[in-house]
Design a protein around this ligand. Structure first.
Ligand code: NAI
Ligand code: UGA
Length: 458
């Protein structure tokens, strides 16, 4: 089947290559000419394990091409919209400019029977708005919503073997229902190979499909903030949040996944999605229903300040003190620094007068674009040289696997003090190697906060 994918970022580029690998004839379209040139040349514009190999393989197959010209979408039967929906402003609402522009550019190229398929994460009601617009500018074309649940770092696997496919289609009147069924059947053809493996397929109305996506991300964010709230309790009492998470996680109704306490969630999705969800609920007059997401956000942001407070406590004052931050990406196996908790820590440390050196295996260049004043080290060891405290802010395997006894790191630092902000280090091994290890939520080490409301460290 001929397919177009509008927007070739972290989601769209992988989706385009993934659809080509299913045997479809795919064109990826993006307004960013430099990104398109890289993709055409077989170079991934971002770090995503397995993606570059898939890209090259599919370019070589002749089934995948890229363009900046929206006309390249003409002739495709299914058009996926995968453009960005960032936070618009302080209100938290989503900025839908790119989605509207993508559909407007697509409209004159659509033929009757063509299907526009939203993949971007949008506030509930967006699909209906776009469909109403299409009825005017491209009658005969239809629209469905097929939210995406992939995780960065696992994008290729999540695209080709998703844990479910959610298809939001038109319905209501008999005529609309018939169109919706036809649209769902077309998506079944697109995903035939994936469905043949028994992947659950859930068909629903457009609004529910939009809500499934924001609800899923809101739940994941809530789960992380829940365990981080427990982390605060653990630090106040000397308890251990990792043992607590293991124990409650054994209850199948709770589950251990996403109970990783630490520096909290960041990235281009969870933070902006919970804020946009709240803003949309306010618009709908049901703001109270999602009031708790404000608390989820607040708990999450407190993690960042807490880590800086701990560093301040450990150094006895940050002005002029050397701090190493290992990990700058919002999560390991990604070079994405959008709303990265690690970068927020770097910025706050710097604002409090620390001399910060940062290192990340993949995200250094992106980090420099966001924080041009960042002192970027070439290796973890370079970053740690003469540091009075080392902060592990992203749990890359490279840091997790460091042998604290044999690596020589201890000899490099000014003071063997490490804040394990992701609970990823073997605390016993590091302690045995002579390090003072402060692991978030594991024991009493609440920092005296700058506002003076914290309790002194034990
Ligand atoms: N990154 C992820 O893991 C996931 C992202 N999503 C959602 O997918 C959407 C895209 O996210 P990302 O890929 O991360 O964003 P991104 O910022 O990496 O990519 C968006 C791309 O759209 C392009 N673009 C903007 N306006 C355009 C237009 N009018 N025509 C063609 N291209 C245009 C941009 O140049 C950019 O390359 C967002 O709504 C996000 O919430 C959903 C699931 C996973
Ligand atoms: O909508 C999206 O874009 C995507 O958002 C998340 O995926 P992603 O942001 O790639 O990464 P996650 O693995 O969810 O991690 C998000 C953040 O939460 C943090 N996290 C995750 C898990 C955990 O236990 N603790 C924790 O602090 C990570 O460090 C990271 O900063 C969702 O997991 C995907 O299902 C969704 O498709």
């Amino acid at each position: 089947m001929r397919i177009s994918v509008i927007g070739c970022g972290y989601l769209g580029a992988v989706h385009a290559a993934g659809m080509a690998s299913l045997g479809h004839d795919v064109v990826g379209i993006d307004v960013d000419a430099a990104k398109v040139e890289r993709l055409k040349a077989g170079h991934a514009p971002f770090y995503e394990p397995g993606f570059e190999d898939l890209l090259r393989e599919q370019l070589a197959s002749g089934r995948l091409r890229f363009s900046t010209d929206p006309s390249a979408a003409h002739g495709a039967l299914v058009h996926f919209v995968a453009v960005g929906t960032p936070q618009r402003d302080e209100s938290g609402a989503a900025d839908l400019t790119a989605v509207r522009a993508a559909v407007a550019a697509l409209a004159p190229r659509l033929r009757p029977g063509d299907l526009v398929v939203g993949k971007s994460t949008v506030p509930v009601g967006t699909a209906r708005e776009l469909l109403d617009r299409l009825r005017v500018v491209a009658p005969g074309a239809s629209l469905a919503w097929n939210p995406e649940f992939l995780r960065e770092g696992f994008a290729v696997g999540d695209t080709l073997t998703p844990d479910r496919l959610v298809l939001g289609v038109r319905g209501g009147t008999p005529e609309e229902t018939a169109i919706g069924q036809r649209d769902a059947a077309l998506l079944d053809e697109v995903y035939a190979t994936i469905l043949a493996t028994g992947t659950p397929r859930l068909v629903m109305d457009l609004e529910t499909a939009e809500l499934v996506k924001t609800a899923a991300n809101a739940f994941l964010a809530t789960k992380i903030s829940f365990i981080n709230a427990m982390s605060e309790l653990c630090e106040a009492t000397g308890a251990d949040v990792t043992r607590l998470a293991d124990a409650i996680g054994h209850d199948a109704r709770i589950g251990r996944r996403f109970l990783g306490a630490g520096l909290g969630f960041g990235g281009g999705c969870l933070p902006k999605d919970i804020r946009a969800f709240r803003a949309r609920a306010e618009d709908l007059g049901v703001g109270e229903a999602l009031g708790f997401l404000g608390e989820v956000d607040a708990i999450n942001l407190r993690r960042r300040t807490h880590v800086v407070d701990l560093a301040e406590q450990l150094t006895g004052g940050l002005v002029g003190r050397r701090v190493a931050v290992l990990g700058l990406a919002f999560k390991p196996s990604s070079d994405d620094v959008r709303d990265s908790p690690a970068l927020a820590v770097v910025a706050e440390l710097t604002a409090r007068g620390a001399i910060v050196r940062g290192y990340d295996p993949e995200a250094g260049a992106n980090a420099l674009r966001v924080l041009p004043e960042l002192d970027l080290a070439a290796t973890a060891f370079d970053a740690a040289r003469d540091a009075e405290v080392v902060i592990v802010a992203t749990e890359w395997a490279e840091f997790r696997d460091l042998d604290p006894a044999a690596s020589g790191l201890r000899e490099l630092v000014a003071n063997p003090s490490v804040i394990d902000a992701r609970n990823c280090l073997d605390r016993d091994a590091w302690t045995a190697a002579g390090w003072n290890v402060v692991a978030l939520g594991r024991g009493s080490h609440r920092a005296v906060t700058r506002s003076g409301t914290g309790v002194p460290a034990a």
